[in-house]
Design a protein around this ligand. Structure first.
Ligand SMILES: Cc1cc2nc3c(=O)[nH]c(=O)nc-3n(C[C@H](O)[C@H](O)[C@H](O)COP(=O)(O)OP(=O)(O)OC[C@H]3O[C@@H](n4cnc5c(N)ncnc54)[C@H](O)[C@@H]3O)c2cc1C
Length: 599
């Protein structure tokens, strides 16, 4: 049995050296931010995560949630833990002080997010969804809506949900059928949403649903979708939020993982609670702009899910290290004496290092995305704002898909380190594996992220934006001139040339057929993932070399980790290049009939 230990040192290293902290500290409103403050916030969050959330992770997995008498009940200890979380002000960390938040930059909020998800992913999903609802109302709601809903949502006395998915509309939200009929100052919402995370629970007195629906006569497709606020409870005649809206929790899903996070089927306007039926909803912003509003907040939600996956990877990695140190099996062929702990075997070291190197590399890339979001919003120089907006747009699908895809491989390796015991629930390795499985699916599947990168982020502007990012990375690599790192620098320079030629090839493929870039978009996204990770690994090694004289093992470990990543993951640059160059035709020319199952 191992316990979660907050990786404070690595988080601080990544924040201080790899994520443009100086720039973020210089942004207006961030005058109070400094390294000491950040470290103390991480340490305090770490205490809540280690002492309150981590011990509930297994209990939540075993007990799950249940729907009883129209109410979803969470697992033992969940309510008290949520109260501790809210009392600590953690729910409002990145939000404006005038709304009751702490006003910390996304760079720091991103680091803290990882900590919650490492300790207890099922729990952390609740504030993650509330955060998305806060963003939607903050960016697009009226002043009245901000005044009505944000204080409680920011504080965490109410929670928020995102209601997009319907049984026939998942990746393709153009097919949404839920309707919104105008009625006085509000709308009557009718329809059914599925897979709604924390769609109901017993943690707070109210739940604010953000719902996508269509008005009568709205244009077809995504241009006819609007966004509505639909509270579970409305004000009664005394102004207390106790009048039940026509929102019914129809059922809860039985899932592979995240058992303690309720995933609900929600009926709007079933007539169970109100006559005439129809849930009362309030339009956010303008009619028919719902999808546009969703897109503006998706960057944050996708970063959050990526970081969530890296958090679960970190926890599973810690679990596998603890097991590998204890388990005695096999001998050391060089020494030949008695059984040794399996951590001595090169292949077990490989499984641990694959996890460690990817977690650390992606951690700092995720933090860079947090910093880019901060700069894209707050930097006084419009050119720097614009560049950071570009970085945010391009990095978002890369972070979301790479953290979750690598995350799946990581938890699988963490389980593998346990051998047969990994497959047995008691060790806990299986839970991380099961929980992690959803991360490449929700908030846009990895396939949808790869399509976004290849089409909207590359082809749409004929590669101009991605080429700017490649140049930025190359300039940064050129500043590294320690001869000890020449080998790694050469690999990175070659890799940036591979990306450039791949961009060119993608544009050529598109002239031929738009299906061709789509056929190789997975390899294209993975190539970009290696570039960002390799760049940050190299930077980490460079900083560590300059500090190696201190004798601190942290820095020698960093250099070894970077070397491992360059030996074991970076060679895949050539693999993905080959797929991009040669892999499109077979898929595009393939007849779907070939998948017929022979009798
Ligand atoms: C536990 C859980 C929690 C969730 N929470 C929420 C929530 O809170 N709110 C909410 O609204 N939704 C939520 N979802 C829904 C989730 O976002 C969707 O499941 C996801 O977007 C995928 O949609 P789908 O399941 O309909 O799959 P589909 O869209 O049917 O996709 C099936 C497969 O086809 C691929 N595919 C689809 N279209 C294309 C294309 N054009 N090109 C290439 N490949 C394609 C996909 O990548 C995928 O592999 C949740 C789901 C789960 C399981």
């Amino acid at each position: 049995m191992s316990y979660y230990k907050t990786p404070t040192r690595d988080l601080m290293f990544a924040i201080q050296h790899l994520s443009d902290l100086e720039d973020v500290m210089a942004l207006p409103g961030n005058e109070e931010i400094n390294s000491e403050l950040i470290q103390s916030v991480i340490e305090e969050a770490g205490k809540v995560a280690e002492e309150v959330l981590d011990p509930l992770n297994k209990i939540g997995d075993r007990q799950g949630v249940r729907l009883e008498n129209d109410r979803v009940l969470t697992a033992e200890g969940w309510k008290e833990a949520y109260q501790t979380f809210v009392d600590g002000g953690w729910n409002g960390l990145p939000f404006r002080p005038e709304r009751g938040g702490q006003g910390l930059p996304w760079l720091i909020a991103t680091a803290i997010l990882e900590i919650w998800h490492s300790a207890n992913m099922s729990f952390a999903l609740c504030p993650l969804l509330t955060q998305a609802a806060v963003e939607a109302i903050e960016l697009h709601g009226s002043d009245e809506q901000k005044k009505t809903y944000l204080p409680n949502l920011v504080q965490g006395t109410w929670t928020g949900t995102m209601n997009l998915t319907e049984s026939h509309a998942g990746s393709d939200l153009a097919m949404i059928k839920t309707t919104a009929i105008p009625n006085d100052d509000h709308y009557r919402i009718q329809g059914q949403k599925i897979f709604i995370t924390y769609g109901d629970h017993d943690l707070t007195e109210n739940i604010i649903h953000l719902v996508l629906a269509r008005m009568p006569d709205a244009p077809e497709g995504i241009k006819g979708i609007s966004l509505f606020i639909v509270p579970k409870y409305l004000p009664d005649e005394n102004g207390n939020w106790k009048a039940r809206n026509d929102v019914e929790t129809i059922s809860l899903e039985h899932k592979l993982g995240i058992h303690a996070s309720p995933t609900a089927v929600i009926g709007y306007g079933t007539g169970k609670y109100r006559d005439p039926k129809g849930a009362i909803g309030y339009l956010v912003g303008e009619a028919n702009k719902g999808m546009q509003y969703m897109f503006t907040m998706m960057n944050l939600a996708r970063l959050a899910v990526g970081v969530e996956a890296n958090g679960v990877s970190e926890r599973a990695y810690q679990h596998s290290v603890a097991y590998a140190k204890e388990r005695l099996q096999g001998t050391n062929p060089e020494k030949g004496n008695g059984p040794v702990s399996i951590i001595n075997h090169p292949d077990v070291k490989r499984m641990l290092m694959v996890q460690k190197s990817r977690i650390e590399g992606l951690r700092s890339v995720g933090l860079l995305l947090g910093a880019s979001i901060d700069k894209s919003v707050k930097h006084p120089d419009p050119e720097i704002r614009e560049f950071n907006q570009l970085m945010t747009e391009i990095l978002t699908p890369i972070v979301k898909a790479n953290m979750t895809d690598f995350g799946l491989e990581n938890v699988s390796l963490a389980l593998q380190v346990h051998g047969g015991m990994g497959f047995i629930e008691e060790t806990g390795a299986a839970q991380f594996y099961r929980d992690q499985r959803i991360t490449p699916i929700y908030e846009g599947t990895s396939g949808i992220q790869a399509l976004d990168l290849v089409s909207r982020k590359t082809i749409r502007d004929q590669g101009k934006g991605v080429n700017k990012i490649i140049q930025h990375i190359r300039n940064d690599i050129n500043r590294i001139n320690d001869p000890k790192l020449q080998g790694l620098t050469d690999v990175m320079n070659d890799a940036t040339r591979v990306v450039e030629s791949s961009v060119e090839h993608i544009l050529k493929l598109n002239l031929n057929s738009p299906n061709k870039p789509a056929a190789v978009c997975d390899a294209y996204l993975k190539l970009w993932g290696l570039i960002f990770c390799g760049w940050h690994m190299l930077k980490a090694a460079n900083i560590s070399l300059s500090k190696i004289h201190t004798g601190d093992r942290f820095y020698t470990n960093k250099i070894t980790t970077a070397q491992f990543f360059f030996d074991h993951d970076m060679p895949k640059v050539q693999l993905y290049q080959n797929i991009i160059q040669n892999g499109a035709d077979t898929l595009v020319n393939m007849d779907p009939e070939m998948f017929e199952i022979a009798s």
